[in-house]
Design a protein around this ligand. Structure first.
Ligand SMILES: C[S@@+](CC[C@H](N)C(=O)[O-])C[C@H]1O[C@@H](n2cnc3c(N)ncnc32)[C@H](O)[C@@H]1O
Length: 321
């Protein structure tokens, strides 16, 4: 989501999944932009799921307008089939943190606003400070490298361990910045990649994504639609590989290799490529530039399973999640 609560890629998403009808699950309710969009576009009902209990307080002022058509459920989208308790005509996921979470300094997601080093979307479990102040240096380096593609991971991990105890986001941002060259004008803040990596670690976001995609496969009816918006290449790669693997369209394979028995595909892919923002959205909202939407349509084949490794899910070599 952008600085304002304008939902990213909502118009392209609604076009890509049209016509909208039946029961949809919005696994990342946030400020409710997608849920409202789906209800206005023709969904009979929407189940809005979020792991952050605060979003439901924010929705209290308007959710009643939709009466029984909008059901709000606290939980993680990795369990979306269980949370729904019924089969679905569509599932949408808009990955990452919301602007509400980023903007509140006390949630500890931001390197621009000093706050406690927290980063827990559901405000339970170990915080970023708990993990950074106790983990081995090598684990922290692996997190920064594998979840943030930070090339200076080892140097930053060493500096974090030397600076313990870390309790504030501004202190962490300063420690990270001290390990990296000063950014040139127009470059992102040097702590961007490290904060992303630590947030993914704290919230186990890649495991959530892999499990959420499988849960959507189990919950969707034949013809049901799955639409996922991601913000960085590691997330998008998991979504792309999942959709390719489950639609048997991964390609590759040698013509000399023995023919493999393949299960019937659980999805089809209506678009060959990921969908980005319209030019107007890109101009109005610079954050939308890195957003990518992928869509798949459920077949009537039985739901199967997929190994996290086949999806190139980044994993920590040593411990951690
Ligand atoms: C980018 S915002 C979604 C914004 C929403 N599409 C809108 O229009 O307002 C992401 C939201 O998903 C929630 N979230 C992230 N990962 C989640 C997960 N695994 N399960 C449930 N909610 C999750 C976050 O707490 C946040 O509120």
């Amino acid at each position: 989501m952008a600085e304002s609560h304008v939902p990213v890629l909502l118009a392209p998403l609604l076009r890509a999944v049209a016509p909208v009808s039946g029961v949809w699950l919005d696994g990342t309710f946030g400020a409710g932009g997608y849920s409202r969009g789906l209800l206005e576009a023709g969904a009979d009902r929407v189940i809005g799921v979020d792991r952050d209990p605060l979003v439901f307080d924010m929705a209290a002022s308007w959710a009643g307008e939709y009466g029984d058509r909008l059901r709000l459920v606290e939980g993680t989208f990795s369990d979306l089939d269980q949370l729904a308790g019924e089969s679905l005509d569509g599932v949408v996921l808009d990955l990452g943190v919301s602007s509400m979470q980023l903007d509140l300094a006390e949630r500890g997601f931001s390197f621009l606003r000093d706050g406690p080093l927290d980063m827990r979307m559901e405000q339970a479990g170990p915080s970023a400070a708990d993990l950074l102040n106790t983990a081995e240096e090598a684990v922290i380096a692996d997190v920064l490298y594998h979840y943030g593609e930070e090339r200076a991971a080892r140097r930053i991990a060493r500096a974090i361990v030397a600076a313990r105890p870390l309790t504030r986001t501004a202190h962490l941002a300063e420690v990270v910045a001290s390990c990296l060259p000063r950014p040139k004008p127009g470059q992102s803040h040097p702590a961007t990649r490290s904060f992303q990596a630590i947030r993914i670690w704290v919230n186990d976001e890649f495991r959530q994504l892999v499990d959420g995609l499988s849960a959507a496969e189990r919950a969707l009816k034949p013809g049901g639609k799955l639409a996922v918006v991601s913000f960085h290449s590691l997330e998008d790669r998991i979504v792309k590989r999942f959709m390719q693997a489950r639609s048997n369209s991964a390609g590759g394979g040698s013509r000399y290799a023995p023919v493999q028995e393949t299960a019937p595909p659980a999805f089809t892919m209506p678009f060959r490529r990921a969908i980005g923002p319209d030019p107007e959205e890109e101009a109005a909202n610079p954050r939308a530039r890195s957003a990518l939407l992928r869509v798949a349509i459920r077949t009537d084949a039985p739901a199967g399973s997929v190994e996290a490794d086949a999806l190139a899910m980044p994993r920590l070599p040593k411990g951690g999640h």
